[in-house]
Each structure stands twice: as C-alpha cells, then as structure tokens.
Design a protein around this ligand. Structure first.
Ligand SMILES: Nc1ncnc2c1ncn2[C@@H]1O[C@H](COP(=O)(O)OP(=O)(O)O)[C@@H](O)[C@H]1O
Ligand SMILES: O=P(O)(O)O[C@H]1O[C@H](CO)[C@@H](O[C@H]2O[C@H](CO)[C@@H](O)[C@H](O)[C@H]2O)[C@H](O)[C@H]1O
Length: 459
C-alpha cells in the first residue's frame, strides 16, 4: 500500500495543469491538509509542496476519499489509487480509494453551497460578492480542455475555476475581473464569489466563481474554423474565402482596447524610462537564455531575438505602463451573442504573482493575440499532407487578421500598434520564446509552431 505522498508523486505529473513536467519529482509534502466535508465520501483540501530540481512549487488538490476496494465507474478516471489514512480522516479506518474530487458532483455541491452561505470549511473561507444570491440547485461538470487550472461548470449558471498552482496572495484573475465588472465593463464574465485559503501564512485565492456565459464560443475554435475554410479554397485571398474572421478580429481589437482603457482608468498607470526598459530587455534576454538551454533549435535565432529586445532600450520616448491581461490569446476570449468577452486575467501561470501584477505596456497583450493568430493559422498544418502548399495561405490569414485586429484596437482608442513596431516586435518575440518553452514541456509536437514563427520573423 502506498502513502498519499507517493500517490500524489505518481499522479501529479500526469495532470495537464502540472507545471513541472519534464523534470523528476524529488519530494512531495503536504503543506496543508483539511477536511472540508467529513464522511464517506469525504472531501479533503490539500496544499501539496512538490520539490523538483528547479525548486518547490505548490499545487492545490481537492481529494475525494471513499471507503472500499474500488471506486464507482464514473470516478475511476479520476483515481489516484488506494491508501490507508492515518488518524484524522473520516472515511473509515480501513483502506480508502482517493481521487480528484473535482470530478465528483456529490462533493463539489458542498463548494457551491459553501459559497452561497459564505461558509468557512476546513481551512478555507468561501465567500460571495455582496448582494449576489447563489443558486445551489446546479450540479457540476469538469470543463475539459488544455488548461492550466481546473474549471467546473455548475449547470448553465456558474463556472468555478479552481487554481492549481498556488502563489501566495490575491489572484489577478479575481482582482482584475472584479475591478472591470464593478465598473460596468461588458467585456468580462461577472465574478460571483471566491474561495480563499492560507498559503505560507498569506491569504490566497484558491478558486473563482463566475457567471457562465451560455452563448459563448471559444475564440480559438472560431478562428480555427475560418482557417479550415481557407484551406479548402487556398487560391482565394482570406478576405474572400468563406468564414472570413477579419470582422471578428477587428471587434476583438476594439474590445481589447476598451478593457485596457478601463484598467488604466481604475488602477495605477505610469511611464517607464531608460533604466526600466533596460531591465525589461534584460528579463527577455534571461528568458531566452533559459529557453535556448533547453531547446537547441532556438540557437540560430538568438542573435536576432536579442537585437529585437535591445531595441527596447533605444526608444525615443518613455513607455506607458498599466495593468494588462498578461497571457492574452484566442483561448482566453469567447464570442457571446453580445460580443467578445475576455477571460482568465491570471497572467502567465508560470510567473510568480508579484511579477504578473507588474505594470506593463498594453502592446504586450496585443502581441499575445497576434501570436495567437499565427498559431491558429499554422497549427492545422502540423502533420498535414499539404502543409507546404498551405503555408502561404496560412501566412496570409494571419497577416489579414493581424491587420484587422490592430486597426480595430487603434480605432477604439488604443495605442496604434503599427506606430510602435519596436515595442510590438519585442513583445511578440518574447511571447514566442515563452511558447517555445511551453510547447517543449507540454505539447512537444507543437514546438515547431513558435520555432517556425521565430525563424520567419527573425529572418
Ligand atoms: N465564464 C465562462 N463562461 C463560459 N465558458 C467559460 C467561462 N470561463 C471559462 N470558460 C471556458 O473554459 C476555458 C478555460 O478557461 P480559463 O479561464 O482560460 O482557464 P485556464 O486558466 O485553466 O486556462 C475557456 O477557454 C472557455 O472556453
Ligand atoms: O490558457 P492558459 O492560461 O492555460 O495558457 C497557457 O496555455 C495556452 C495553450 O492552451 C498557451 O497558448 C499557446 O497556445 C495557444 C493555442 O493552444 C495559442 O493560441 C497561443 O497563442 C499560444 O501562446 C499559453 O501560452 C499558456 O500560457
């Protein structure tokens, strides 16, 4: 029989949201453990500290425990295995089966009920926004997808995003969606509540409850459909192919500019001069050094990339900064029947929260979305029999929608991205370097996407 720590050490690296893939786990300790719902099944909350060569990361696990030799069929896919708990458990004294409780609607209903009641459960505080009444008559389902966290849909009413990698403090997703929603922005899903725990002695956001956008379609899926249409008529310019995305891209640009403006009105802004710009270029160079050390395919392009980062230190004027989204791409935006809505203001999940909340230039987000157009245009060519023939139409699609997005952004009052090429280029390259590391660790078959963009852009 294994210990709980051993079960976790085996299970964690298999999870999509586990950030430390590719390097062995050298130790697992339970930094915090509390029973949220006693009985059989039991709901337990864990903060798990995972030691790897790179250091120690914390993850949040909601564990279900059921007595007996086997889990019901519906939960088997979420199993970690069997173990015999020590004192303090409530699911019996014999062996129990443990599993990812987020897949068990019988247990997650306690989270929704706790949020509705403003309850304290175990070491967690479950709270709702003042004046909001939470309807507890919904059962949960895990939203499947390539995600950094785990989100549950409660019927068609709520999404509960359970953060996986925990950083002490207020999560920027809760912070920024609250700020925008309080100021009446139609471009975010309303936050309804949150779950807070304590990590390293600091009150820490563990989960965010938001309005479920019933009519939402993922921006990534919409863009992918448009690209597929173009592939079927590769001789037509993207603007004339069925399913042209440019109108949506322009509206998305306008929504992005409106969100940036609202963030600038509500939260601190500033400008950065030579010293900070040198620091920014330096941090981009450091990220490149780390990426090049683990992905040899980057080597031919490092000089070109470094030249683009250096251009940040040669700007003629100070650079305006403010709070931004920080990890902006087509998977973070949904098209509803009322227009585009921006999700997931968490920033890059791999960065510590203090870094993610630093003020930045809004063109960082613009660059993120432009990178995403490039991804959408190229990803269907991975392993495609006509990849070579379709490469040129793919480039045209990306360019066409890039132009439309930037025009929409500028027309809605955002800084004209086309007038700030050096800044835009540096952010795009930095994002592409991040993506190289991201793909190398998470989706090696997609590594060629950011690498080939870098090759094309660096020239
Ligand atoms: N409020 C919502 N309404 C409808 N769908 C949502 C909502 N929030 C998230 N989603 C869906 O879940 C996906 C992942 O959500 P996201 O917040 O980006 O999680 P992660 O941080 O794990 O990437 C989104 O791409 C979207 O399709
Ligand atoms: O949405 P997350 O916060 O989990 O963001 C991470 O995963 C994204 C992939 O799901 C990743 O985005 C990259 O792939 C997208 C296509 O799947 C593409 O549209 C983006 O442009 C590209 O950066 C994101 O970088 C990562 O932080």
């Amino acid at each position: 029989m294994h210990t709980l720590e051993e079960l976790l050490a085996h299970w964690l690296p298999q999870q999509r949201w586990f950030a430390g893939k590719g390097s062995p786990i050298t130790g697992v300790t339970l930094e915090a453990e509390s029973v949220l719902v006693p009985g059989d099944p039991e709901l337990r909350h864990l903060v798990v500290a995972v030691r790897q060569d790179s250091g120690v990361d914390r993850y949040q696990v909601l564990l279900g425990l059921r007595g007996g030799e086997e889990l019901p069929d519906r939960l088997r896919h979420a199993s970690l295995g069997g173990y015999t708990p020590g004192a303090g458990g409530s699911a019996g004294t014999g062996p129990v089966q443990v599993y990812d409780a987020l897949h068990d609607a019988e247990l997650t209903s306690a989270l929704l009920a706790g949020l509705a009641a403003g309850a304290d459960l175990g070491g967690l505080r479950l709270r709702h926004i003042a004046g909001v009444e939470i309807d507890t008559g919904h059962t949960s389902l895990v939203i499947s997808g390539e995600q950094s966290n785990t989100s549950l849909m409660f019927g068609d009413a709520y999404v509960l995003k359970v953060f996986r990698r925990l950083w002490p403090g207020l999560n920027p997703d809760l912070e920024l969606t609250s700020v925008l929603s309080e100021r009446g922005s139609p471009y975010v899903a309303r936050p309804f509540g949150w779950i807070e725990g304590s990590v390293a002695g600091t009150p820490t956001t563990c989960a965010l409850l938001q309005q479920f956008l019933v009519s939402a379609t993922d921006g990534w899926l919409l863009a992918a459909t448009s690209v597929r249409d173009l592939y079927s008529t590769p001789d037509l310019p993207p603007g004339q192919a069925g399913g042209d995305f440019a109108g949506e891209a322009a509206r998305l640009g306008a929504a992005t500019a409106a969100v940036h403006r609202k963030l600038a009105e509500a939260l601190p802004t500033g400008t950065v001069g030579d010293a900070e710009l040198a620091e920014l270029a330096d941090s981009m160079n450091q990220r490149l050094t780390r990426a090049a050390a683990s992905v040899p395919g980057l080597a031919p392009y490092t000089d070109g990339l470094r030249a683009a980062f250096k251009a940040l230190t040669e700007l003629d004027e100070p650079m305006p900064v403010q709070r931004v989204h920080g990890d902006y791409h087509l998977g973070q935006v949904v098209r509803t029947d009322a227009g585009w809505v921006l999700l997931d203001f968490e920033g890059e999940p791999a960065k510590p929260v203090p870094e993610r909340t630093q003020l930045s230039n809004p063109l960082r987000d613009v660059a993120g979305m432009l990178r995403s157009f490039d991804y959408a245009a190229r990803y269907q060519l991975v392993g495609h029999p006509y990849a070579e023939e379709l490469a040129a139409p793919a480039r045209e699609w990306a360019q066409h929608n890039r132009t439309a997005f930037c025009a929409g952004y500028a027309a809605a009052g955002g800084t004209d991205p086309m007038a700030h090429q050096a800044v835009l280029r540096a952010f795009e390259f930095d994002k592409a370097v991040y993506e190289v590391m991201y793909e190398a660790h998470n989706r090696p078959s997609w590594l060629g996407i950011p690498l080939s963009s870098i090759a094309a852009l660096v020239g």
